[in-house]
Design a protein. Structure first.
Length: 176
């Protein structure tokens, strides 16, 4: 089934999948951060993440159907796991979240001290910067720090936040 058709059909499921707020959710786990503002758990339970690599990192089919790493897919999956962890307290979910945080940390492109999370969707096409990639990656890294108290996650999140000091236009990211 074509990926666009598959995602389109997911919108007709009986549970709202996108943009449901987490306010009012009750956590079984004490954290300083709490829930991500948007509920992503239904995306996991409804099959939005059908493809994974051997390490459990979600993959996304690009326009030609090749499975690639796509940061918004990877990070939203981790944020859905975070929600599930807070709701149910399953310790095994912590390990999965940390593994994904490790993966995204190693896949960031550092340019002049800025950690960028660039999607390489098609071979031969330059990777694409995306504010959503940055924000979701920062959110995952902060949650990994909450779980482990490992300072490297905060350092990478801070380096990723530096991207918001740059202008983005037709020629790419530029210093202001």
């Amino acid at each position: 089934m074509n990926e666009s058709v598959r995602k389109f059909l997911l919108y007709f499921k009986p549970v709202k999948t996108y943009w449901r707020l987490t306010s009012g959710f009750s956590s079984k786990v004490e954290t300083q951060i709490g829930f991500y503002p948007l509920s992503i758990l239904p995306r996991i339970t409804q099959g939005h993440y059908p493809y994974f690599d051997k390490k459990g990192v979600p993959l996304f089919p690009n326009k030609s159907g090749k499975l690639v790493y796509h940061f918004t897919t990877i990070c939203s999956y981790a944020l859905g796991l975070w929600e599930q962890y807070l709701l149910h307290g399953e310790a095994s979910l912590k390990t999965k979240i940390v593994e994904i945080a490790n993966f995204i940390s190693t896949k960031s492109n550092e340019i002049e001290g800025v950690a960028l999370f660039l999607d390489q969707e098609e071979e031969g096409v330059p990777p694409v910067p995306c504010a959503m990639n940055q924000g979701e990656a920062i959110s995952v890294l902060i949650r990994a720090h909450e779980l482990t108290n490992e300072s490297s996650y905060i350092k990478t999140a801070q380096a990723a936040a530096l991207a918001y000091q740059y202008e983005y236009g037709h020629t790419g990211i530029q210093k202001q």
